[in-house]
Design a binder for this molecule. Structure first.
Ligand SMILES: [Zn+2]
Length: 465
């Protein structure tokens, strides 16, 4: 069988089983797999959803004859690895996707009956996780389904990682745990001696700015919490607390205003970053500072008091080539300087708590599996894939487990159905056609990169026998 015949069979099988994949996506969306450690979530109630997803996927990969392994650093949050063993001598490809979701944005803003009751309309599927990223998890399954249906025997291993915890950067429970357990593509299931080359595809939603963009770069981010104190008093004392001739701060200080002062200072720094921070993989002005939550009160949420405590959480994006510690220092210093300009904050400085640093990711465009995927995308869609450049910024505008695959030395590209503009939003949805296109491209990339069994030039040969 020629390579062309194999590819044609695979593409036909993707089309033939698309409806089965959409049904799997509906089943996945119907499982509430909200990350149990997300802020504001009832942990006990949310626990178990991720495991129901990986159990379902385990059954579906088992039906296809894959060896299914569970990796569970936390027994209540099991990851699944499904291994399609190669015949030996080829390169290993990892397909990675997370099964957890964020909690839905405010329920009453959804037009749907329920975020966990999937609805199909106009070629789209609506529901929580439809874009981020149960459609990517589904596309990986459809790619494997088609390879099996077409009777393709790969030379290298194909490892599908369905992981937990991504939405809270819990990679030590998810992706890093799976890699540490040995599912890193470097120990060929076929038992060969040589350590094979490895590449990974993270199937996070990459359909902006163009449908199914290939993204080899993502920005880093810092998440931090700022807490400011005030002095509580009756709202009737406000004038005396703030007007000339009154009792001033000795009587009351409203922490709402002190917190807002610091938020404004950060937004000024954001303006400066918009002018001064750049990276060729990102559109000008990308590196922004998002205050995402703000709470203040005097222990009781009522305007009858001057609030004595304000707390706000911020996410700051920084360029892939920036030093994270230097970025942290700059943010901290900026807050300090802003506090120095205010008589109350000068003596009651804000407390800054650093909640997390999600490291950036960057893989060379020339990596063989990135090139294999670009060629496959072109063959499936007819659209040429341009290398990233300043004129064609292709940085992924969010963070993914690519950072942790790369930390383990595995070059990684982000490519998956769904549009990040629809993620973490009401009426989250995905265009179903993107799942089919993605699955076909990923399957062809696997053939190209892992090679076919019995293929002389197994790894990545173009135009084989
Ligand atoms: Zn995601």
């Amino acid at each position: 069988m020629t390579r062309e015949t194999v590819e044609a069979r695979v593409r036909a099988a993707v089309e033939a089983h698309a409806e089965e994949a959409f049904a799997l996506l509906e089943q996945l969306v119907a499982i509430d797999s909200t990350n149990p450690d997300f802020p504001g979530i009832d942990r006990a109630a949310a626990l178990g959803g991720e495991g129901r997803c990986t159990a379902l996927l385990g059954r579906r990969y088992g039906e296809l004859g894959l060896r299914c392994e569970t990796v569970a650093s936390d027994p209540e949050r099991p990851n699944l690895v499904a291994v399609l063993e190669g015949s030996g001598g080829g390169r290993s490809l990892i397909l990675n996707g997370h099964v957890d979701t964020v909690p839905p944005v405010r329920r009453e803003t959804w037009a749907m009956a329920d975020p966990w009751t999937p609805e199909r309309r106009d070629g789209r599927l609506y529901g929580l996780g439809a874009t981020d990223m149960k459609s990517g998890v589904t596309a990986a399954w459809l790619a494997v389904r088609a390879l099996r249906e077409a009777g393709v025997a790969l030379a290298g291993d194909l490892l599908v990682q369905c992981v937990v915890g991504e939405e809270q950067m819990q990679h030590t429970l998810g992706t890093s745990a799976v890699l540490d357990a040995g599912f890193d593509g470097r120990r060929p299931a076929s038992g060969g001696d040589a350590e094979p080359a490895v590449g990974a595809i993270v199937l996070e939603p990459s359909s902006s700015p163009r449908p199914l963009s290939l993204s080899t770069t993502s920005a880093g981010n810092w998440v931090f919490r700022v807490t400011v104190r005030g002095r509580a008093t009756h709202a009737g004392n406000r004038a005396s607390a703030i007007r000339a001739g009154g009792e001033g701060a000795a009587l009351g200080v409203n922490a709402v205003e002190k917190g807002l002062l610091l938020v404004r200072a950060l937004l000024e720094l954001e303006q400066e970053w918009g002018q001064t921070r750049s990276h060729p993989a990102f559109a000008p002005g990308f590196f922004a500072i998002n205050p995402g939550s703000f709470h203040a009160d005097a222990g009781t949420p009522s305007p009858a008091y001057l609030a004595d405590r304000a707390e706000f959480d911020v996410l700051a994006w920084y360029p892939p080539d920036a030093d994270p510690e230097a970025v942290r220092g700059e943010l901290e210093q900026h807050l300090q300087v802003a506090a120095e300009l205010d008589p109350w904050l000068r003596v009651n400085p804000p407390a800054v708590e650093w909640l997390g640093n999600w490291p950036p990711a960057s893989t060379a465009w020339e990596e063989p599996h990135v090139q294999a995927l670009a060629r496959a995308h072109e063959r499936v869609t007819g659209d040429a894939v341009a290398a990233p450049s300043a004129a064609n910024p292709s940085g992924f505008p969010a963070v993914t487990d690519a950072s942790f695959l790369e930390a383990a030395g595995i070059p990684t590209v982000v490519y998956g159905p769904g549009d990040l503009r629809r993620a973490h939003a009401a009426d989250e949805h995905v265009a179903l056609a993107e799942i089919v296109t993605c699955a076909a491209a990923v399957a062809l990339a696997a053939i190209d990169f892992c090679g076919l069994a019995g293929d002389d030039a197994a790894a990545g040969a173009e135009g084989a026998r």
